[in-house]
Design a protein around this ligand. Structure first.
Ligand code: UDX
Ligand code: ADP
Length: 455
């Protein structure tokens, strides 16, 4: 019987450990966090995060071989394998502010592990970290003479929110990086043994430590680059009356390009993409590779441009002013099927509209609580309304900012009848039937498509 500990009970730690608990009944898994409220919620009827299909797995394993606790130090001493999945946000201060990773939570965790360890441990980096963090980690852990051996591994998480359980259950690959030494390879085997409970061997890739750390950053950089590329093309489509969906389809059928991740949008959000790219940009600058840094930084510039472009198009089409106009925001989460709003493009779009003195009514099935926090300083200018029909009454415009399934099947005729005319709809996710909306009477603006306007 082995004891696994996970430090950090967030979007990554919680679902990943629940899956390991389900698949590996012979391991005891404890997830700890300094946030008492989070730990209490993991053990309650209302989990701290919304993630489809997660709840039954937690219910099945909770208090059998999956435990949640705030006792970080006590659980460190009992653990054989420690996953670290604490947050690593972008630094907001000092050297590298706005780009480099803020490693303070990581370092504190490493010191805690050192203080409370009396037996050998495998320490697994689960959070996304800059390349060679494992080295810093090892330096801290080995700054002692306790006779305890620490072996550091990198095992980046590739799950996407909203599909976390599917991604964990059936991953494209599991990546494990470790040292080439005997103890390094033994530790890698220990971790492979865990995943081998449900992942086929050819999908478990083992690499050196630095390749594993870098691969995580590169995977997110490539994915977000695809989105910025298609979003750049969406601007060209709007200028030329080409249709970005037709272009995506046409290029995506080339098997070398592939069809996934080519949906033009208001821009990517989420806790990883921007953070990881900027992290990589910072690393490139650190190594004197300014051309490489500039190349990747463009992906983030394009993403910001896309958000700003969307707002500009809204204002321009609504006769160059949105002052006191009621605009209904349908969807605030950074993508569908999550309540998470970290780096959601909706934040910047709403802020820009609020600065233009629009009056916003925000609706989202899962993210209203987070939206209230994100827009705290504008709270007097905003209403929150869960029911889209009530929200839309007397509105000048609707803006779809998250691709929630339920927005596809709203009765847009009924909504149109309650709106102020001319009525506008801005589909920031290209999920609606635009011709049908136009026929109802809306002026329709979708990303990367010619406008459908009665004006
Ligand atoms: C991402 C990676 O996919 C995952 O592998 C990694 O572990 C964490 O970061 P996540 O941020 O949860 O996952 O969601 P993802 O599905 O990648 O979407 C990120 C953003 O891109 C969302 O805002 C989404 O709406 C946007 N997006 C995605 C597009 O705008 N167009 C697309 O074609 C795909
Ligand atoms: P991710 O999306 O990477 O999982 P989250 O922010 O959702 O990130 O989760 C990280 C968690 O790590 C948070 O719940 C935070 O409270 C926790 N955390 C940060 N530092 C520590 C620490 N030193 N000990 C225990 N938990 C920590």
């Amino acid at each position: 019987m082995k004891n696994i500990l996970c430090i950090g009970a967030g979007y990554v730690g919680g679902p990943t450990m629940a899956m390991i608990a389900k698949k590996c009944p012979e391991y005891t898994i404890t997830v700890v966090d300094i946030n008492e409220d989070r730990i209490q919620k993991w053990q309650s009827d209302t989990l701290p995060i919304y993630e489809p299909d997660l709840k039954p797995i937690v219910e099945e394993t909770l208090n059998k071989n999956l435990f949640f606790s705030t006792d970080v130090s006590g659980n460190i001493s009992k653990a054989d394998i420690i996953f670290v999945s604490v947050n690593t946000p972008t630094k907001t201060f000092g050297i590298g502010a706005g780009k480099a990773a803020d490693l303070q939570y990581w370092e504190k965790t490493a010191r805690q592990i050192l203080t409370h360890s009396n037996s050998n441990k495998i320490v697994v980096e689960k959070s996304t970290l800059p390349v060679r963090t494992a080295e810093a980690m090892e330096r801290i852990l080995n700054s002692h003479d306790k006779g305890v051996h620490f072996e550091v591994l990198s095992n980046p998480e590739f799950l996407a929110e909203g599909t976390a359980i599917r991604d964990l259950m059936n991953p494209d690959r599991v990546l494990i990086g470790g040292h080439n030494s005997k103890s390094g390879q033994e530790a890698v085997s220990e971790l492979v043994k865990i995943y081998a409970h449900w992942v086929s061997p050819e999908k478990i890739l083992t690499t050196n430590l630095w390749s594993s750390e870098l691969s995580k950053l590169v995977a997110n950089a490539f994915l977000s680059q695809r989105i910025s590329s298609i979003n750049a093309i969406s601007a060209l489509c709007e200028a030329t009356e080409a249709d970005v969906e037709e272009v995506s389809k046409a290029i995506g059928t080339d098997s070398r390009i592939g069809s996934k991740f080519l949906n033009a949008s208001i821009g990517f959000g989420g806790s990883c993409f921007q953070k990881d790219i900027l992290n990589m940009v910072y690393l490139c600058e650190y190594y004197g590779l300014s051309e490489v840094a500039n190349y990747w930084e463009q992906v983030v510039f394009m993403n910001n441009y896309q958000k700003q472009r969307f707002v500009t198009r809204m204002i321009k089409s609504m006769f160059n002013t949105v002052v006191d106009k009621k605009i209904v925001i349908l969807g605030f989460a950074f993508k569908a099927n999550t309540g998470d709003t970290r780096e959601s493009p909706a934040i910047d779009i709403c802020k820009q509209l609020l600065e233009e003195r629009a009056s916003l009514t925000i609706s989202d099935p899962k993210a209203v609580k987070n939206a209230k926090k994100d827009l705290e300083q504008f709270i007097d200018q905003i209403e929150f309304e869960l029911d889209p029909y009530t929200a839309a009454t007397n509105a000048h415009a609707l803006a779809i900012l998250t691709e929630w399934e339920e927005y596809k099947s709203l009765d847009y005729k009924k909504i149109f009848d309650t709106m102020i005319k001319p009525a506008f709809i801005f589909d920031g996710r290209n999920i609606l039937d635009h011709q049908k909306l136009f026929d109802i009477g809306y002026n329709v603006y979708a990303v990367g498509k010619p406008e459908l306007s009665h004006l």
